[in-house]
Design a protein around this ligand. Structure first.
Ligand code: PHE
Length: 336
């Protein structure tokens, strides 16, 4: 059998040596093709004794590969020797093309659009306002007078005594209410700024404010709207709870938690073993705020809520460091 293999080898090499351009394909079929001599030789190896088989198999394989290489070289040589076509390297038209890299919206933008889409589906209108705000809209009108302790929590960047970078999107409640009459159903997405930086805080982040003002709006309406939002944003059966809290511009106020999306409420590092994750602040608009902008608190009531987009995106995608959003590393961004 070994002799047979070696004989086939020298026969093939002799044939290859004086091959013309037209003989290339017949040669390939005869020796290297699927039904060629080498293939049928390999098949016959089954009859060799078990102890010879591995050695012979390797020998036949090596020879076939060597022949395939010599054949490829011959093909190149013959192709290159020709006039005209010659200078053009052979093109493999079956190769797939290289696609242009394609950009996409930033994950924060994607989540922002998703949040806005859900509220638009509930009949809310989108409004946008300035990042540089007056002290009046950001604090005063929201029932946070100068020296109010709530100002400490905001770590404000001041531009001048009366101008600042807005610390939340709540000033949009005031801007809208002073320009329009109820009934109002608005959301206001945008950038907000606080002098704070660690794995869960960046000095600039995004919020979506939402509020609804009409006659006879109750806390039950707030609960209904937020429950629908959370069921759409996360899983339909995500647990939700309202915890009493305080904001100067809402009364009563609540912080809203959802059942931890990482551990399903069992307790883990992300929910600090509580099984709950805080995702937004909300409440009934304080009558004092209505009084400041000239709505009659006896006629109108309303609710408001504010949620942090980066935080929601972190929970949705299991991201543990908020700064990843702003490092512009394509390996991170292209996953969304
Ligand atoms: N503006 C609050 C904050 O940034 C959130 C909030 C909005 C709370 C609306 C109640 C109502 O923390």
């Amino acid at each position: 059998m070994e002799d047979e293999i070696l004989r086939l080898k020298s026969e093939a090499h002799v044939a290859l040596a004086d091959l013309g351009k037209d003989d290339l394909e017949p040669f390939r079929v005869k020796y290297l093709g699927r039904k060629g001599l080498f293939t049928s030789m390999m098949r016959q190896l089954g009859q060799a004794s078990a102890e010879d088989r591995p050695r012979l198999g390797k020998l036949a394989n090596d020879i076939k590969q060597e022949l395939a290489q010599a054949f490829a070289a011959k093909q190149d040589a013959l192709g290159g020797g020709q006039q005209g076509v010659s200078a053009v390297p052979s093109l493999d038209l079956t190769l797939t093309g290289r696609s242009e890299p394609c950009g996409r919206p930033h994950p924060v933008t994607q989540v922002m659009e998703e949040v806005c889409g859900i509220f638009e589906g509930l009949g809310f209108t989108v409004a946008e306002g300035p990042d540089v705000e007056t002290d009046f809209y950001n604090f005063e009108a929201l029932n946070i007078p100068p020296h109010h302790p709530a100002r400490d929590m905001h770590d404000t960047f001041y531009v001048s005594d009366s101008l600042l970078l807005r610390t939340h999107t709540s000033p949009m409640q005031i801007r809208t209410m002073t320009e329009q009459e109820p009934p109002l159903r608005m959301i206001a997405p945008g950038k907000v700024y606080r002098c704070d930086s660690d794995i869960t805080h960046t000095p600039m982040f995004h919020q979506v404010e939402g509020f609804l003002v009409d006659r006879k709006v109750s806390f039950a309406d707030l609960k209904g709207v937020l429950s629908v939002f959370i069921a759409k944003m996360f899983d339909a059966d995500t647990a939700i709870r309202f915890r009493p809290s305080f904001f100067p511009f809402t009364e009563p106020s609540a912080e809203v938690d959802i059942g931890c999306v990482i551990c399903a409420g069992k307790g883990c590092r992300v929910c600090k073993q509580t099984g709950w994750l805080e995702i937004l602040g909300a409440g009934m608009i304080d009558p004092a705020v209505f009084a400041k902008i000239g709505y009659d608190p006896d006629q109108y009531s309303g609710f408001a809520f504010g949620l942090g987009i980066e935080r929601i995106a972190m929970l949705k995608y299991g991201i543990t460091d908020i700064r990843l959003y702003y490092e512009n590393d394509l390996r991170f961004l292209s996953q969304f």
